[in-house]
Each structure stands twice: as structure tokens, then as C-alpha cells.
Design a protein around this ligand. Structure first.
Ligand SMILES: C[S@@+](CC[C@H](N)C(=O)[O-])C[C@H]1O[C@@H](n2cnc3c(N)ncnc32)[C@H](O)[C@@H]1O
Length: 287
């Protein structure tokens, strides 16, 4: 079938040129330049291409149809079992790199990413940190689906660097004797959307992305982070951890609540804003 005629049909069916280009490049496995000069689409690709286009028409995110999502300049494997990495989460990664890279001695530091899902955060942190290294690096998640997707990405990018574990928050490392007297860097982008708020989300998120990655808590959405902070205090006590640096991503409406909560605990912390100047990341230190 002639390429341009085929593209015109799908443009009339409300797909965008970039969606069409993404699918064609991915299915036929050609570059942007090769696609530009291609005249015909061979019938052997039509079934796969059609399938991908239909999925896009039902609001399915492009990343799922392509089975990849770009995060901090790298492509990560994703499918409908996991949340698509968000650009906003790059703010958290940037702050981990800035603070840990510049200000802190990595010797004796263990790094843990909690609620890792596709493992885009820990993989980016350890690769961008290279040649500096943490003493150990863990990626933890409670969900089996998340763990199998995270494994694919860790196997591709950082197989000997990151240890992947099933874990309810930090329980998976509670028996790590080697944490004794170490310092700890923890990143977490846990579910922080109040259960009742799901109706404010985009249709493609409601229909296709996993609820377990997004919604938690009835009152504030901050409840899982409160539990995480409690566990960090326990770990500090058990293993005489010397320092804890915690980086968390929060929702656009959690600034006031989180500030009051952290002040009440007497913790030191700072906020980082997104491009709309809304506080989205908290760096909590001097535990
Ligand atoms: C918003 S997704 C974040 C995914 C990934 N960190 C990112 O930024 O793209 C939240 C993740 O937290 C995980 N999660 C939820 N409750 C958890 C718990 N109690 N312990 C560990 N992980 C949890 C979910 O399975 C999901 O992978």
C-alpha cells in the first residue's frame, strides 16, 4: 500500500503525524530518514501497524504501543503493567544527582529507590553518577508486575549494579546487616494521589495506567510517605545509620500538608518546583 495514502487515512481518523511516525518507525524498524523516503508499506507490516493504531485510538498511551518511554535521555521498556515515567520525575533525579554528587561523600553510602516500577529512577541515578559509585544500590517494589518490568530494564542497563527486591516500602532491606553505620540515600516516587481524586485525571490515565501506581490514602495522599519516614527512623535506630538523605516526589496540592508534617517531626528539608512553579520534590536531610 502507498505510504502517503495510508497515512492520510489515519490522519482522517484523528491520529497525529507524530503518533503515526512513531508506530511506523517502531513496527517496520526503520529510522526517521528511511521512513521519509519509503514509498510503500509492505503488507507483512499492515496487521501490526493497524493493531498499534487502533490501540492509540482508544486513548492508549503511545508509550504502551511502542513498548518504550524516554526518561532522562534513555529509552526504558514499559507496557500496560507499569506507569509511564513522567517528565516531572526528572526533577527528583536531577536533585539526587546534584546533592549527592556534589555535596556528599559516597563512600559507605547505600542507595535505595522505593516504588521503583520501571526502575527508571535508580538506573538513571547510577548511570549518571558513573564513575562515582554507591557502596550498594537497591530497587524495591511491592508489585510483581513492576518487578518483572524493572528486571528487564536493570538487565539491559545496570545488571551488576542494582539489586532488585520485592518489598513493602523498606521491609526488603530491614535485615541487611551491612547497613550498619552506613549512610543512606533514598529516592521514592510512591502513589500520592488521594483515592477520590482519580476522576480529575486524563482519560488515557484512567483507562490504561495501573491504579496501584497512582492512588493511595483517603485523606491526604501523603500517607505512604509518612510510613516510609517512620521506617527510616527505625532503620536509623537499628543500624546506627550515620546520615539519611530522602528525596520524594509529591502531588501539586501537598505542599502545605507535607511542610507541617515535616516541621512537626523537626526534620530539615527543602522543596524543588516544577516548570509551573509548584513544589513537587522534597529533599529531607539531617535525619
Ligand atoms: C507512581 S509509581 C512510580 C514508579 C517509578 N518510581 C517512576 O517514578 O516512574 C509508584 C510505585 O510504587 C509502588 N508501590 C506502591 N505501594 C508500595 C509499597 N507499599 N511498597 C513498595 N512499593 C510500593 C507501586 O507498585 C509503583 O511501582
Amino acid at each position: 500500500m502507498k505510504k502517503q495514502e495510508y497515512i492520510d487515512i489515519w490522519i482522517k481518523a484523528w491520529l497525529t503525524p507524530s503518533q503515526i511516525e512513531g508506530v511506523l518507525k517502531n513496527v517496520i524498524w526503520i529510522s526517521k530518514e528511511e521512513l521519509f523516503t519509503l514509498k510503500e508499506i509492505s503488507s507483512k507490516y499492515i496487521y501490526e501497524v493497524h493493531k498499534a493504531f487502533y490501540r492509540l485510538q482508544t486513548w492508549e498511551p503511545e508509550e504502551y504501543t511502542l513498548e518504550k518511554a524516554n526518561f532522562y535521555g534513555r529509552d526504558f521498556f514499559v507496557d500496560e503493567r507499569v506507569l509511564i515515567p513522567r517528565n516531572d520525575t526528572e526533577i527528583l533525579v536531577r536533585q539526587v544527582l546534584k546533592k549527592i554528587h556534589l555535596d556528599i561523600d559516597l563512600k559507605d553510602m547505600v542507595y535505595v529507590d522505593v516504588g521503583t516500577w520501571s526502575a527508571c529512577i535508580p538506573i538513571t541515578v547510577v548511570l549518571e553518577m558513573h564513575p562515582l559509585k554507591f557502596e550498594r544500590a537497591f530497587a524495591l517494589d511491592i508489585s510483581q508486575d513492576a518487578l518483572s518490568v524493572a528486571k528487564e530494564n536493570i538487565d539491559s542497563y545496570a545488571p551488576d549494579i542494582i539489586e532488585l527486591r520485592e518489598s513493602n516500602l523498606l521491609h526488603g532491606i530491614f535485615h541487611e546487616e551491612k547497613l550498619q553505620k552506613k549512610s543512606l540515600c533514598v529516592s521514592a516516587n510512591l502513589p500520592y494521589i488521594k483515592k477520590g481524586d482519580y476522576k480529575n485525571m486524563d482519560m488515557s490515565v484512567i483507562k490504561h495506567e495501573p491504579d496501584s501506581a497512582l492512588y493511595w490514602g483517603e485523606k491526604t495522599g501523603f500517607e505512604l510517605y509518612e510510613e516510609l519516614i517512620k521506617q527510616l527512623f527505625q532503620l536509623k535506630e537499628i543500624y546506627k545509620i550515620s546520615q539519611i538523605h530522602l528525596f520524594i516526589e509529591i502531588g501539586f496540592d501537598q505542599y502545605e500538608y507535607s511542610k507541617q508534617y515535616l516541621e512537626d517531626l523537626g526534620l530539615s528539608f527543602e522543596y524543588f518546583n516544577d516548570s509551573a512553579n509548584i513544589a513537587r520534590v522534597i529533599y529531607i536531610h539531617d535525619f
